[in-house]
Design a protein around this ligand. Structure first.
Ligand code: GDP
Length: 295
């Protein structure tokens, strides 16, 4: 995982140290290669550039040039800046014990949104909450049945209506159902599309304004690189996200999305999907991710 960032950084740093004498010029040259490695790993252009500016500013200071182990010092700076880019750590779902908590899940089709709704419901149930899943994805024909199946597996109730209905009405009706069913966390599985478009955003904005969710989370496929970043920006502009869940980090992804999605949206990455199974949801740890990126 993240081979290209790791190899790029390691290659660049090894190049610096092999030259023997550490000077401001070869730190700058080496960090150019780091920037290239980040770009190749699908880190967004501006994010990569700003990252390198920060690291350079710290590294060319007296601190690195005069330190006994400049290589360790420089790796330390890169590591710390990577953590800073992806952090701070924030796994809280901000749930209240009184009333009904409303969590709206959104994302492009295939990102893993419905699966992640199930994973979240499983986690909440295990923590003693009473989740209800609401099937508001009227776009993907199989989504309603998929959510019902997940609900059965987890023994979590699912509110669903016939396909083709109005998603805003489904959400409102689902919320009313939660009150009678005694649920205290409602998870709305909203529609996705293959690409961000005006109709999708309009539908999500309607749900957002009529249902007034407490938390809006974007489910984002880490395998999709720059597309993940572009769509995260579009969703955040339209909905003011509260967090991101990055899926498919168990796959052979280059990992640039973890860095730039956080930077582009400014909201925390809360969890990561580490597999298709419902128990494969893990808290996101910027320090661990930075360690992994550096190798
Ligand atoms: P949706 O269209 O966004 O609702 O996407 P789905 O929930 O149907 O997921 C699309 C595909 O991605 C399914 O085959 C899921 O099993 C798979 N998937 C979801 N999350 C993960 C994950 O974290 N890792 C892997 N490997 N696959 C995932």
């Amino acid at each position: 995982m993240f081979e290209s960032i790791t190899q790029g950084l390691q290659g660049a740093l090894t190049g610096i140290f092999r030259s023997g004498k550490l000077t401001e010029a070869n730190i700058r040259e080496g960090l150019k290669q780091v920037r290239q490695a980040l770009l190749e790993a699908d880190v967004e252009y501006n994010v990569a550039t700003q990252f390198i500016e920060k690291v350079t500013a710290e590294a060319v200071g007296e601190k690195v040039l005069k330190s006994l182990r400049p290589d360790e010092q420089l790796i330390g700076i890169v590591h710390q800046q990577l953590i800073a880019l992806m952090g701070p750590t924030d796994h809280s779902l901000h749930l209240r014990r009184d009333g009904i908590n409303k969590i709206m899940m959104c994302g492009l089709q295939g990102a893993g949104k419905t699966t992640t709704c199930g994973k979240l419901a499983r986690k909440l149930k295990a923590e003693g909450w009473k989740p209800l899943l609401v099937a508001a994805d009227m776009q993907r024909p199989a989504a309603i049945e998929q959510l019902k199946t997940l609900g059965q597996q987890l023994d979590v109730p699912v509110y669903a209506e016939a396909p083709g209905g109005n998603p805003v009405a489904v959400c409102k009706n689902g919320l009313a159902h939660a009150k009678t069913a005694g649920a205290n966390v409602v998870i709305f599985d909203t529609a996705g599309r293959l690409h961000v478009d005006d109709r999708l955003m309009f539908e999500l904005e309607q749900i957002d304004s009529r249902v007034q969710p407490d938390q809006v989370y974007l489910v984002c496929d880490a395998m999709t690189g720059q597309d993940a970043v572009r769509s995260a920006k579009a969703f955040n502009d339209a909905l003011e996200l509260d967090g991101v869940i990055l899926t498919k980090l168990d796959g052979d992804t280059r990992g640039g999305a973890a860095i730039s999605v956080k930077q582009v949206t400014g909201v925390p990455i809360k969890f990561v999907g580490m597999g298709e199974q419902l128990d494969r949801l893990e808290p996101f740890h910027p320090d661990r991710m930075a360690g992994r990126i550096l190798g």
